[in-house]
Design a binder for this molecule. Structure first.
Ligand code: NDP
Length: 484
């Protein structure tokens, strides 16, 4: 029988939810008030650890619709025919700030999409930038330490930021994007999204191509000027979260066109940049954008914690027809993401409603904390077995590819960190260049060691002499011969 009675977490009716039980009117509170104990104890446990990176986020539900036939490149079921629609969930985020930090800071924005396909979930876990600061996952914890708070002062530390960047010149391209107008988007709706890494698509015949994803905003790219952004950071730290929620609530559904760049496998051996180096783009003149489909966000989450906070994405959440590349940053992320979720949300995070595949998950994983489904019931729990349990399907194996060489810790052999950062500088208008330089000068001024500033000016100079000269002028420092 349904009733509207308040219950304890074990379902019993609650007699009093306003007054705790005491020994007499003025006596101490009784430990036998188990409803009170449970209520306080649960409250203490309301937070899960916030994400170490991408803590502050906003999410939305939507769908993806295929608008161009790409089935000759990939056998991915959700891309198999024009008009096919797949439900999805997206989470946008800033990177460095804490859960309560301001939306309108200069930072890359996370752009993580979970497609609930009929062959399992597929995640594209990208950013609003096509490249990244580093290209080997082994540098990630150090890089993020410099973006977070100093262990002594508990303040952000520009000296650490620029020390790391100046000693990691592969960051220059992403630093240039970050310091440009696009470093502070006007809203989450007015920015592009990128898969950033190179992935591999494989078709039904087993033929592969390398690909890169581009989500192009249909709202147009718009950015915030630094003064407005700073004002908003104080007045409404949740500005982007609010904008997204209200737009969807008002039926103004944001949309993005998804494109891919496609590179024949053999080109990877001869292209002028290493196509697996995530600090580089593939020129759109070499590999033009090919339309795939359209993403529309049309439904707000009903419950922030259940859907946005508990959403778990990983670039390793793949479906048949889509494989990874040897990009070393991607390879590290294949481990780090689900590992972070196992720590943050739990070993069974993929069974939560927001993360659960829409098709039935059939495997031999059992038990673990918070196993809240039927745990496989009485079905067979090992493989191989003689009881008709689920079986592997060799046709769905990841595509094989040849490797050779010596196992060693080696750098990418391609060390031109400057050409593409310079290309970006050169395509900016004079006003955009002036703002880029002003943003960099403002950010570098508090750096405590001159040596760091000079080293970084040298990188800007190598990207484009004018770029280096203008930053040096802004900082009132000389261009040193050895840094040019
Ligand atoms: P194209 O002229 O074909 O493309 C230039 C690209 O730069 C466009 O995608 C444009 O985006 C984008 N862009 C413009 N201003 C900025 C900015 N402030 N921050 C980030 N992106 C911006 O040139 P190429 O493909 O040969 O690339 C030249 C340079 O453009 C690269 O070195 C790279 O820095 C940058 N770029 C390249 C991308 C790629 O995938 N090839 C993607 C993004 C940037 P929009 O579509 O909105 O005009």
């Amino acid at each position: 029988m349904s009733s509207n009675k308040l219950t304890t977490s074990w379902g019993a009716p609650v007699g009093d939810n306003q007054n705790s039980m005491t020994a007499g009117d003025r006596g101490p509170t009784l430990i036998q008030d188990v409803h009170l104990l449970e209520k306080l104890a649960h409250f203490n446990r309301e937070r899960v650890p916030e994400r170490v990176v991408h803590a502050k986020g906003a999410g939305a539900h939507g769908y993806f619709e295929v608008t161009n036939d790409v089935s000759k490149y990939t056998k991915a079921d959700f891309l198999s025919e024009v008009g096919k629609r797949t439900p999805l969930f997206i989470r946008f985020s800033t990177v460095a700030g804490e859960l309560g930090s301001s939306d309108t800071v200069r930072d890359p924005r996370g752009f993580a999409v979970k497609f609930y396909t009929e062959e399992g979930n597929y995640d594209i876990v990208g950013n609003n930038t096509p490249v990244f600061f580093i290209r080997d996952a082994i540098k990630f914890p150090d890089f993020i330490h410099t973006q977070k708070r100093d262990p002594k002062t508990h303040l952000k530390n520009p000296t650490a930021v620029w020390d790391f960047w100046s000693l990691s010149p592969e960051s220059l391209h992403q630093v240039t994007i970050l310091m440009s107008d696009r470093g502070i988007p006007a809203t989450l709706r007015h920015m592009h999204g990128f898969g950033s890494h190179t992935f591999k698509w494989t078709n039904a015949e087993g033929e592969g191509v390398w690909i890169k994803y581009h989500f192009k905003t249909e709202q147009g790219v718009k950015n915030l000027d630094v003064n407005t952004a700073a004002k908003l950071a104080g007045e409404n730290p949740d500005y982007h979260t609010e904008d997204l929620f209200n737009a969807i609530e008002n039926g103004d559904f944001p949309a993005w066109k998804l494109y891919v760049q496609i590179m024949p496998l053999e080109d990877a051996n001869t292209y002028r940049f290493d196509p697996f180096d995530v600090t580089k783009v593939w020129s759109q003149k070499d590999y033009p954008l090919i339309e795939v489909g359209r993403m529309v966000l049309d439904r707000n989450p009903e419950n922030y914690f259940a859907e946005v906070e508990q959403a778990t994405f990983s670039p390793g959440t793949l479906v048949p027809g889509i494989d990874v590349s040897p990009d070393k940053m991607l390879q590290g992320r294949l481990f780090a993401y689900h590992d972070a979720h196992r720590y943050r949300v739990g070993a069974n995070h993929q069974a939560l409603p927001i993360n659960r595949s829409r098709n039935e998950v059939k495997n031999y994983q059992r038990d673990g904390q918070m196993r809240f489904d039927n745990n496989g019931g009485g079905s067979v729990y090992y493989e191989p077995n003689s009881f008709g349990g689920p079986k592997e399907s060799p046709e769905d194996k990841q595509a094989a590819y040849p490797v050779s060489g010596i196992a060693d810790s080696v750098s990418y052999d391609h060390n031109d960190h400057y050409t593409q950062a310079g290309d970006l500088y050169r395509l900016l208008s004079e006003e955009e260049r002036a703002r880029l330089v002003a943003n960099i000068v403002g950010a570098m001024k508090p750096v405590e060691k001159e040596e760091i500033k000079l080293r970084q000016i040298g990188h800007f100079y190598k990207a484009d002499p004018e770029y280096g000269r203008r930053v040096a002028e802004g900082l009132g420092l000389p261009l040193q011969e050895e840094n040019k």
